[in-house]
Every structure is written in C-alpha cells, then in structure tokens.
Write a protein that binds this ligand. Structure first.
Ligand code: FES
Length: 388
C-alpha cells in the first residue's frame, strides 16, 4: 500500500515526476529532499553568493595608497583568475554602497586576497577605506568577477599591459600568474604615473624584469624626473610605437583612470590595432558625465529630477549622478557588482522618461527592446519612472 507521502505527492500536479526524481536521487546516493540543509551548507562553503572578508593586514604603501589583505573565517576563498576584481560593500554615513577593486595578489594561493587601494580625490569610498578601515573590520564582498583576464585560446602570446596609476593592480596579479608559473609568453608593461614617487610595486617590477627575460617594463611619467631614464608625457601612439616591437601581433590590456583609458584606446586605434586585440578594464563612468560625447547640450549636470520607483516611491535624483548612486543614496537596494555596465546585475526597467547612457553599457538587444538599462551607466536627463 502506498505510504502517506507517496499518496500526497501523487495527488499533486506533476507529483509523479517529483517521486521519480527523489527515487533517482536516492539511487545516486543523495536524497536532496532529506539533506537539503546539509547540502546547502556544503555548497555555500565553496560557492557563497557573497563573501564575508576580514581585514587581516593593512600595508601602508604611501600616504595615499594601502594594501588590504582580506581573509575569510567561515569559508574557503573561491579561486580566481588573475585580472579579476572583488566588489566590496560598505555602509558610509548610512548609505550602503560598493566599489569594485582588482585583486593584486597572486591567484596561485587562496589563503587571502589583497586589494591595493589608492585615494581618489573626493572619493566617497576610497577615502573611507584609507582613513577609517582598521584591522579585523569585516566586509561583505562579491565573489571574484570580471573578464579582464588572459585567455590563451583567444589572446596573442605577446601581451602589452598599459597601466595608469593604481590601474597597475590587476597586472601585478597577472604578472605573478604568468612569470611565477613559468609561462613563456612575452609581456611588456608600459606604466604611466604622475611622477617617480607615485610608481607602485616598483621593487617587484624590477625584480621580475631582472629574473625573467620575457618581461620588461617602461615608466612613462607626466612630470619630468631627472632621477630615471624614462619616457615623459602621456602614453600616446609615438611612445607605444617606440616601446612595442610587434604592435600588429600583440594583445593590449589597459587599466587606469577613464580619461587615460579612452586616450590610449584612441591611440591604439590610430595605430590600426583591431578592437579585438584591445582589452580594457574600467570601473565606473566619467567623473564629469557632462563632458562625455552625446551629453545633451541644454543640461549642465546641476538639474534635479523626480525618480518614481515601482510606481509608488518618489525620490530626487541628480543629472550628474548615475541612477545606481541615486538609488543607493536614497537607500533603495539593487544588485550590483561591476559598476561599469558589464555584469548586468544592476538592470532596472525604464518605464517613462529619458536617461543618458554613458559609454561602456553593454546592453543586449532584448534589454533595449523591453526598456532595461544598467542603472550604473544611466544618468537621468528628465523625470523618470523605473521598475526594479
Ligand atoms: S553593476 Fe554591473 S552592469 Fe551595473
């Protein structure tokens, strides 16, 4: 005679399927319905949605740059590919926000992640990180994410890294992956900084260059400095042509402030480098959105609009802040990771009104068709209604 559980399930729509699935799971040794808690705990141990990371060490690089060594007390740290980033969540002045930071430590070890963070003038989060964060503070963080990685199938074995300022951080991890593991691909680093004092990881770069014949680097300083023989100015096409032997045959990876990033891409385009050979890492949008091409001439960025959320919440948003920042400022929670139009987690549906989409917002055709936008890349240019 059928037991009670079987009888109940049989009366449900698709109950037969459920029974068959449970039977199949039992045969393979895992009855998920009985062990759900235990199974979830095991999965979470290795694949948490979000991580809890504790500050285990703080290394002061200079007064405006610190390296934070982060560990987990409750799970194995997920593996990552060199070049990926973590999105760090924090609450500052009652506002929950986040910032993506490239991992600078080696992907060879999983005891900790290191993030090297530089102060951004008036930076809401960077100033908090550098001024307020102390040992044993705990942060929520995303899993490692991002596509700014070397892919041996698609990328040339001649890599050119172009870094600006603290944009060196993903390259430090990528160098350790390539050189410490004995990869034979050739790597040229062109590193742009204001002056010699602001060059990060110089000792490590010199050590790598002295030990590995397949790696070399050049500093390009905007301030003339007599101490070193180097290039002076911006990383333009003349400097790139002078320093890179095989332009046609190299994959270029660029990481640095948006202005430098855009400038270098333009220089590479003028050197006829195909876009598929240019990889760029960019976090956030232009610091001054009104200067971006296509911004409506009649607006100067000081306008304030009304944002209606899910038909009933009304808040104010500024033309010069992304929708994501406006939502965070008004304590409305949305999913977020890259803050640069890549991961799609921050998508919202625009029901009425107009936004300016900053460049780099990678929307699919279906998103465009149904009015979905990346809130991290959308700037209000009229009153808006959105659905989250
Ligand atoms: S946070 Fe990734 S696309 Fe906006």
């Amino acid at each position: 005679m059928a037991d009670f559980k079987t009888t109940v399930l049989s009366t449900l729509q698709n109950g037969k399927n459920v029974i068959e699935q449970i039977d199949a799971l039992k045969k393979t040794g895992t009855d998920y319905s009985i062990n759900a808690d235990r199974t979830d705990r095991t999965i979470n141990k290795y694949h948490n949605d979000n991580l809890k990371l504790r500050v285990n060490e703080i290394i002061e690089v200079n007064k405006d740059v610190k390296t934070f060594r982060l560990v987990s007390d409750d799970c194995m740290l997920p593996v990552f590919k060199s070049g990926q980033y973590l999105n760090i969540f924090t609450v500052i002045e009652g506002v929950r926000t986040s910032r993506p930071y490239s991992i600078s430590s080696s992907s060879k070890q999983r005891a900790y992640y290191e993030l090297t963070i530089a102060r951004v003038p008036n930076g809401f989060v960077s100033n908090f990180m550098l001024n307020e964060v102390k040992l044993n503070d705990v942060f929520e963080a995303s899993n490692p994410a991002g596509e700014f990685v070397f892919n041996p199938i698609f990328h040339s074995d001649k890599s050119v890294f172009i870094a600006g300022g603290s944009g060196i951080t993903p390259f430090i991890s990528m160098l350790s992956e390539a050189l410490d593991k004995g990869q034979k691909r050739s790597i040229k680093l062109i590193y742009g900084c204001k002056d010699y004092a602001s060059v990060l990881f110089l000792d490590l770069l010199q050590e790598y260059a002295s030990k590995h014949s397949n790696f070399s680097f050049d500093l390009v300083l905007t301030n003339k400095d007599e101490k070193v023989v180097t290039e002076v100015g911006f990383i333009n096409k003349d400097i790139i042509s002078k320093l890179v032997q095989d332009i046609d045959d190299s994959t270029f990876y660029i990481c640095g402030p948006q202005i430098m990033n855009d400038f270098v891409v333009k220089q590479l385009e003028e050197l006829k480098v195909k876009s598929r050979w240019i990889r760029r890492e960019m976090f956030g949008s232009s610091p001054n959105i009104v200067t971006e091409n296509g911004w409506p001439a009649e607006l100067n960025g000081s306008e304030v609009f009304t944002l209606t959320i899910n038909k009933d919440i009304k808040v104010k948003c500024n033309a010069n802040e992304s929708l994501l920042v406006a939502l965070e400022r008004n304590k409305v929670r949305v999913n977020v990771c890259c803050r640069s139009g890549e991961c799609s987690l921050c998508k919202v549906q625009l029901v009425a009104g107009n936004v300016f989409l900053s460049k780099g917002s990678l929307l699919r055709h279906s998103d465009e068709k149904f009015g979905f936008i990346h809130s991290c890349k959308a700037f209000p240019i009229s009153d808006l209604e959105i659905i989250i």
